[in-house]
Design a protein around this ligand. Structure first.
Ligand code: NAP
Length: 275
């Protein structure tokens, strides 16, 4: 992060914390170079003592001192943040928003015309460096801004560049996706209990199975159906398990979950009360 003296994070909640964790673990930046703000003094004091990073005196002061600024507040708080920082924003600074649903043009409309804005949708496995972020560029974002944003997001895991029109769908799939998989993991663990396994063993077997299956898919590049077929021997156990899943409409349930979450992501932009 050669050309970034300080990184500022506006909003140090769950995702902001993931970012601080990732940035510090990457070794590319020292904690003295990270500034943050929160809405409430009590939450800021907690962050300062837990993470030993420095609180800026205001959102505007943070922007003045930083070259890269991450916007990590909820959609309903973004308008107030942008109105506080608009006089400190402008050329030379990179604004990376991870605010769900709010578009780069909505953000650009409240900042000076030449401000570089990018938007990303990370996910919570970022906390252990195994997240995936989809990243898109606003109108004034240059290659240098893209590189700055990508460098920050890489500390959280993988990064893919997407067209902005796909961001709500990305939110419904990988942004919300960890929650779907935790439900799967909880269910598999309970299933292990039901068939007589100790809880810790059931949890370990379930989690490593999900991790290993995902790795197989990514590393072999094969179709998930082909990988499933390999586990499914004629008149074996797996086909009986699969039959239960099909009767429970697992496929359509997952598809509907992503469709509904995507619709909600689209609707959330209205809560931001911009434009
Ligand atoms: N959680 C996820 O899985 C996930 C994944 C991808 C993207 N996102 C997006 O990331 C954003 C943050 O999510 P989150 O889960 O981290 O939310 P969160 O835990 O509620 O944190 C929001 C943070 O914003 C701060 N804040 C609110 N108004 C502010 C203001 N005017 N100035 C400075 N800070 C302010 C809050 O401060 P206080 O603590 O003092 O109230 C809090 O620290 C959201 O837009 C969300 O959609 C979340």
């Amino acid at each position: 992060m050669k050309d970034i003296r300080n990184i500022g994070i506006i909003g140090l909640g769950r995702m902001g914390r993931c970012m601080v964790h990732g940035l510090m673990a990457s070794g590319g930046i020292k904690k003295e170079q990270i500034l943050f703000t929160t809405k409430h003094a009590e939450s800021a004091a907690k962050v300062e003592s837990e993470l030993q990073i420095k609180k800026a005196s205001s959102n505007a002061a943070l922007v003045e001192q930083c070259q890269a600024i991450v916007l990590a507040v909820k959609p309903q708080n973004i308008a107030e943040v942008l109105s506080e920082i608009k006089d400190s924003a402008g050329a030379g600074k990179t604004f990376l928003s991870i605010v769900a649903s709010v578009t780069t043009s909505q953000i650009e409309s409240l900042l000076p015309k030449n401000t570089a804005v990018l938007r990303a949708m990370p996910n919570t496995p970022a906390f252990v460096g195994e997240g995936i972020s989809a990243l898109c560029l606003g109108k004034k974002a240059s290659e240098k801004d893209f590189q700055r944003a990508e460098t920050i997001l890489r500390t959280l895991g993988k990064v893919v560049q997407v067209d902005e029109r796909l961001m709500d769908a990305v939110t419904g799939l990988s942004g919300c996706g960890p929650a779907y998989i935790y439900v799967v993991l909880e269910s598999l663990t309970d299933a292990g209990i039901k068939v007589g396994l100790p809880r810790d063993l059931a949890k370990q077997l379930s989690a490593q199975t999900v991790l290993g299956a995902a790795k197989m898919l990514l590393e072999t590049g094969r179709h998930p159906a082909a990988l499933k077929d390999e586990v499914t021997t004629p008149a074996g156990c797996t086909i009986d398990g699969l039959l239960e899943l099909e009767e429970g409409k697992i496929r359509v349930t997952f598809i509907k979950a992503v469709v509904q979450a995507t619709k909600r992501a689209k609707a959330l932009a209205k809560q931001a009360k911009i434009g």
